[in-house]
Design a protein around this ligand. Structure first.
Ligand code: BES
Ligand code: ZN
Ligand code: ZN
Length: 495
């Protein structure tokens, strides 16, 4: 794992990176701890390479240009950069520092309020996933070992605090990526539960894991039905974080399909392997509660991860089967590939027994959410406009892209079943909304609830960009942490 620290003097490093803004008259280097001679020489070198200071633009020059070791990088942040611009620029620095031992990032006094975002971008950009590579191969693919932020404000406790927060949040975003990147054969539901158990032990959080026997006995028909086609039995994980004086209580509920073949309604073979990340919602809620606990945010959290493997087999559930959700409602399974909502309905009903002030579910729920908003934006649905708008705003402040979709009650009759209380699908058009409407059926009157469909942003099938690697992205963790902070600060009132 990459280490991060802050110092007031320019250290000797393999890579020294500085930011540059774009101004009317050209670019301006944010010199920070560089001398004026150094920054002038660097500006001349960058200019000779046609550098303009646009956001995400990067040039590298030999350190000798300004009498330092190694390589010097200049990264553009454009005009009027905000925290996210810096987070992205730092991510680009991190991504271009693979294999290096030490990376120094110069932070100008003017940008010191963005230092947390810079730390986060650099740590997220330095992420590498080498679990399945042999040692000799993975050794060459590690992110930078140590990042040193260079700031004259290094001793300021607020700066330290911002960097500590960035380190904790980035670490759990990266852990979320690890889980969703792990090969599906290596991570059946019981292994997710093992990860959650060791994390809970480390952070002294209470945890309960319901195995297939308990799930059957207690009537979790959705989770049992989805899991019954697999030799790897399902698990329902519950983790509790209880601070001394909680401001409110939030329940997180995550979809944890460790592999989604579609079941008997089997998926086409193209990109089926990406369905190893169909547990990204579960990974996000497990790691978000861990981050919130480590940050000691005064909000009670209960995280639920509904884990199952959706396989076709002689014991798999069939299209047309009827299952009984936890709590007694019956569901006709018209499509075994709409399995996320089946495991979530059980977990949502179970979550509400804890009487939370707010329930947020996180799920790679529908391909339709990808069609609606493209590859990078999550869909947010909620049973109150204010809450939904708050989630979208919290996401924006966290550097995550989320956007509202409606829950039109006039569409609800399409989920009517000919034989059971409700069917698990309606029609392909607008299917992200039917996912939301289906889940809403399991939300009690008066219960505040938001649904994040992260099918698109949870997994990046294309090349890396900014601080986002190829593969699993750790989507929703940062937003969930921000929402907890908003509740703690009173920005979001739940009681
Ligand atoms: N896990 C998929 C959704 C998905 C698709 C996630 C693409 C990430 C990328 C989900 O279980 C699924 O298959 N949903 C179906 C629902 C349909 C049958 C109503 C879908 O979206 O096609
Ligand atoms: Zn599916
Ligand atoms: Zn799925």
């Amino acid at each position: 794992m990459t280490q991060i620290s802050v110092t007031p003097t320019l250290p000797t490093a393999d890579i020294t990176a500085v930011f540059a803004t774009k101004e009317k008259t050209g670019f301006v280097i944010s010199a920070g701890k560089l001398t004026s001679v150094q920054s002038k020489k660097l500006a001349a070198a960058a200019k000779s390479m046609k550098f303009s200071g646009s956001a995400s633009e990067l040039v590298s020059v030999p350190g000798s240009t300004i009498s330092v070791n190694g390589i010097v990088m200049v990264v553009g942040v454009g005009e009027n950069p905000n925290h996210e611009t810096f987070r992205k620029a730092a991510g680009i620095i991190g991504r271009n520092s693979f294999g290096a031992k030490k990376l120094a990032i110069v932070v100008d006094d003017e940008n010191v309020d963005a230092i947390g975002a810079i730390a986060q971008g650099a740590l997220l950009g330095s992420y590498s996933f080498n679990l399945h590579r042999s040692e000799s191969v993975s050794a060459k693919r590690e992110g930078v070992k140590a990042i040193v932020l260079v700031s004259s404000d290094a001793k300021n406790p607020l700066v330290r605090e911002a960097i500590d927060r960035a380190e904790i949040v980035s670490n759990f975003v990266n852990e979320t990526r690890n889980l969703a990147n792990t090969a599906p054969g290596h991570l059946p539901p019981a292994e997710v539960a093992k990860y959650a158990t060791s994390l809970a032990k480390e952070l002294k959080l209470k945890i309960e894991v319901l195995d297939e026997k308990m799930l059957k006995r207690k009537g979790f028909g959705g989770i049992v039905g989805v899991g019954q086609g697999s030799v790897n039995p399902p698990r329902l994980i519950r983790i509790e974080y209880r601070p001394l004086k909680p401001v409110a209580h939030i329940a997180f509920v995550g979809k944890g399909i460790t592999f989604d073949t579609g079941g008997i309604s089997i998926k086409p073979k193209q990109s089926m392997h990406e369905m190893k990340a169909d547990m990204a919602g579960a990974a996000a809620v497990i790691n978000a509660i861990a981050a919130i606990a480590e940050l000691k945010i005064p909000v009670s959290i209960t995280a639920f991860a509904a884990c199952a493997e959706n396989m076709p087999s002689g014991s798999a559930q069939r299209p047309g089967d009827v299952v009984t959700a936890y709590g007694g409602r019956t569901v006709e399974v018209l499509d075994t590939d709409a399995e996320g909502r089946l495991v979530l309905m059980d977990a949502l009903v179970y979550a509400q027994e804890a009487k939370p002030d707010l329930v947020i579910d996180v799920a790679t729920l529908t391909g339709a959410a990808v069609i609606a908003l493209g590859r990078r934006i999550a869909a947010v649905m909620a049973n109150s406009d204010d809450l939904r708008n708050h989630v979208v705003d919290a996401a924006t402040r966290s550097g995550e892209s989320m956007w509202p979709l409606p829950l039109p009650s006039e569409y609800r009759p399409k989920l009517d079943s000919a034989v059971a209380d409700i069917a698990n699908i309606a029609e392909p058009i607008g299917s992200a909304l039917y996912g939301g409407l289906f889940l809403q059926e399991f939300i009690k009157p008066g219960q505040k609830w938001a649904h994040l469909d992260i099918a698109a942003p949870a997994f990046n099938s294309e090349g890396p960009f900014d601080y986002t690697p190829k593969g699993a992205t750790g989507s929703a963790v940062r937003t969930l942490v921000t929402i907890a902070e908003d509740v703690a600060s009173g920005l979001l009132k739940l009681r």
